[in-house]
Design a protein around this ligand. Structure first.
Ligand code: ADP
Ligand code: MG
Length: 697
């Protein structure tokens, strides 16, 4: 009986091996089980008949019934068309065919009652429907109002008469024989508590809902189930990790106290303090920490990382901090070195451009444990780099790092996995973070340091360039610094570099008496570094650059960010760039320059930037615009390969499912209790069924 759902679709009436092979290939559907999980992507409303006199062109697909009054073919050759006057007694509507005319003429008769389904459109003063569906009116289609499921198929399949209707017939066949065999996957108490309909009903109504309400119930039930099992799996992973992976215990706070009393440059925000407490709790717990620290740009993540390091170094262990670019590694190093020196902690830097001789010394000091903090780039996870006792690895701006690299860090300490702190300014919406990083704990810094003035964001068309330059001049006179950023994307790299150089020339002409830095991806690391440092030291007033400065760079005196061709940037990137200013006490500005012509999406991105500074709000819009796959662009997107739920839209259901999963595991981690039998059985069946398991793993 368990194998019933693995029956091949070729055994369905009217399918057979040949059709089945096409469906296998085009849609990836092989078995009965696949078919009933192939959900419609939309539904046509066949629940009611419209009166023709009520129909206008703004309506979606509508259903009418009536008779043909007149049928004629008009025009010649390519312009030939069939026009039918169709009436239901309230009014007439024109039904039009441009193709397959002979077939329609032969099929349709005067004096017969028909059901017509199509999209109304306006043609001159008349309303018509092109290529509607027409069926003879029967007692069945007149009374059994229903929502017609519409399934994705392909052109190839349609050519073989496997259209949405055909798929719907196949699904109906399977459901008719298997309804009794569909077992419930959720506990009875869930059905009551979350008001869920039974699985077998849900499957029936997702395909053949008799009304809107039942459809919604079916969708809710199936989305909940899908998200529940994903969350259950992620939470189980997390529990397993906690049990398996012991972490070194770091409870000393000597250096921390010294730093707080003598060297802390400012008061920590409430959010920073809370996160530091969360991290400290982890470190003294004996469990290995895997924590994602989310904080908007400028929220002060670096100091939190440094204070976490102090907890580790107080106990004599070592720390590593990994940044995605050399510029950023350099900046972190400079920033942390001040504090480390004051406390007498040895700190080093390792990047791709570290000289061989310096590298050798670093390696030695890491191995004998004299070097306590190492800041660097990818260079720091190379196999040659060995620590005496790595206690904490901090990864900054994690969206540039893959999971594989995280794992490599784990391997750097053989006796106990180092604690991991992943910091990101990409404000992943909580729902998505939960799905992607369900196995990580999440801390959020949701408060900016006091005294920051919100950045003013302005949208200007290219034609206003002179006024914009005038504004920049005033800011420079006030001793502020300016970033001007140009897009640089892979495919058109040469063009972009030319844009950048042209831009640089025009800036030079407009500001003949100012010093200008230029930084782009094609420069040697040390040249980039040189230019960057000139800007940091305020030897240059303007920085013309590509997005290499996107991440992390901190120049508090820079108060204006001009983004050229802003329509070419994604929302997340615009927000990152804007975060480069607004770091000092002065009023800061972000000026988005665009062409007059903007696509709808580009306009929404620009408007969103102008409207809000809130990274989470921006991330939500971004998620809706781009979909979750794009947002992360990582291997983890397998998690997001969902059958029915939608991370962007179903965040409430996700939250519900998450809580339910965590409740269950808290009460019954091994899923041994009788009331959890359904869950356990379903997980086992998922595990057996490789295809399905792959989907949610
Ligand atoms: P991000 O979270 O983007 O990495 P940084 O750690 O670079 O932010 O911090 C941004 C700036 O804010 C730095 O100049 C930092 O010294 C400063 N800063 C951090 N925390 C505070 C605070 N509590 N009060 C004042 N300034 C702070
Ligand atoms: Mg940072």
């Amino acid at each position: 009986m368990a194998n019933f759902f693995e029956t091949g679709i070729e055994f369905l009436k009217g399918v057979g091996p040949q059709k089945a092979a096409h469906i296998n290939k085009e849609l990836g559907l092989f078995t009965y089980g696949d078919l009933i999980q192939y959900y419609p992507f939309r539904y046509e409303d066949r629940t009611k008949f419209q009166r023709i006199e009520d129909i206008d062109e703004d309506m979606p697909f509508v259903q009418i019934k009536g008779r043909i009054r007149k049928m004629e073919t008009i025009g010649e050759g390519g312009k030939r068309r069939l026009v039918i006057q169709f009436s239901d007694g309230t009014d007439d509507i024109e039904l039009v065919w441009f193709k397959g005319i002979n077939w329609v003429v032969n099929k349709l008769k005067m004096g017969v009652d028909y059901v017509v389904f199509g999209k109304p459109a306006r043609f001159g003063r008349k309303i018509n429907m092109a290529h509607p569906e027409v069926e003879v009116l029967t007692t069945q289609n007149e009374t059994a109002g229903f929502l017609q499921p519409v399934y994705h198929t392909s052109e190839k399949l349609k050519a073989k008469y496997i259209d949405s209707k055909a798929i719907s017939k196949m699904v109906r066949q399977v459901l008719a024989v298997c309804e009794d065999r569909i077992s419930e996957t959720l506990p009875d108490e869930f059905l009551e508590k979350f008001i869920l309909i039974e699985k077998r009903f849900a499957l029936w109504h997702i395909h053949f809902p008799s009304n809107m309400e039942l459809l919604q119930k079916a969708q809710f039930r199936l989305k909940f189930e899908e998200l529940f099992f994903i969350q259950l799996r992620l939470l189980k992973l997390k529990i397993a990790r906690i049990e398996k992976f012991q972490g070194a215990v770091f409870s000393q706070t000597g250096l921390l106290t010294k730093f707080y009393t003598d060297h802390l440059p400012f008061d920590l925000t409430g959010a920073q303090k809370r996160v530091i407490r969360e991290i400290y709790e982890d470190m003294k717990s004996g469990r290995q920490m895997n924590r994602l620290l989310q904080g908007d740009v400028g929220s002060g993540k670096t100091i939190v990382a440094f204070i976490s390091m102090l907890i580790v170094v107080s106990s004599g262990a070592q720390c590593a901090m990994m940044a995605p670019t050399e510029i950023l590694a350099e900046q972190h190093f400079e920033g942390l070195k001040k504090h480390a020196d004051a406390l007498g902690i040895s700190i080093g830097k390792l990047t791709g451009s570290t000289k061989k001789s310096a590298r050798k010394i670093l390696h030695e000091q890491l191995e004998n444990g004299t070097l306590k903090i190492l800041v660097g780039t990818h260079a720091l996870i190379e196999d040659k780099v060995a620590f005496q006792n790595l206690g904490l690895a901090v990864i900054d701006e994690q969206h540039r790092f893959g999971v594989a690299q995280r794992a490599k860090l784990w391997a750097k300490n053989k006796s106990a996995y180092p604690h991991i702190l992943v910091m990101t300014a990409t404000p992943i919406p909580r729902t998505l973070a939960m799905t992607l990083y369900g196995d990580l704990d999440v801390s959020v810094i949701d408060e900016l340091p006091a005294g920051r003035k919100p950045i003013k964001t302005i949208h200007e068309y290219d034609s206003k360039r002179l006024q914009v330059f005038g504004f920049l001049r005033k800011e420079i006179i006030k001793s502020r610094q300016i970033y001007m950023v140009y897009p640089l994307i892979e495919e058109s790299e040469k063009m972009d570099l030319k844009d950048l150089m042209d831009g640089y020339e025009s800036v030079r002409r407009a500001f003949p008496d100012q010093h200008i830095s230029i930084v782009h991806g094609k420069m040697k690391p040390q040249d980039k570094e040189f230019e960057m440092q000139r800007f940091v030291r305020h030897e240059t007033q303007l920085m013309v650059a590509t997005t290499v400065i996107e991440v992390g760079v901190n120049v508090p005196n820079a108060s204006v960010m001009v983004i050229e061709n802003a329509e070419r940037f994604g929302l997340a990137q615009l927000h990152q760039l804007r975060g480069r200013v607004g770091r000092g006490a002065e009023q800061s500005y972000c000026i988005l320059m665009t062409d007059y012509k903007l696509s709808k999406e580009a306009r929404l991105r620009i408007d969103t930037m102008v409207r809000t500074n809130n990274g989470f709000e921006i991330a939500d819009v971004d998620l809706k615009l781009r979909g979750p796959g794009d947002l992360t662009g990582t291997q983890q997107s397998g998690v997001l390969d969902l059958l029915i739920a939608d991370i962007a839209k179903d965040s409430k259901i996700l939250q519900l499912a998450r809580n339910a999963a965590s409740d269950v595991l808290e009460r019954d981690p091994q899923l041994q209790r009788p009331e959890h039998m359904n869950i356990d059985r379903h997980i086992r069946s998922l595990r057996k069924n490789v295809v399905n398991w792959g989907r949610i793993s």
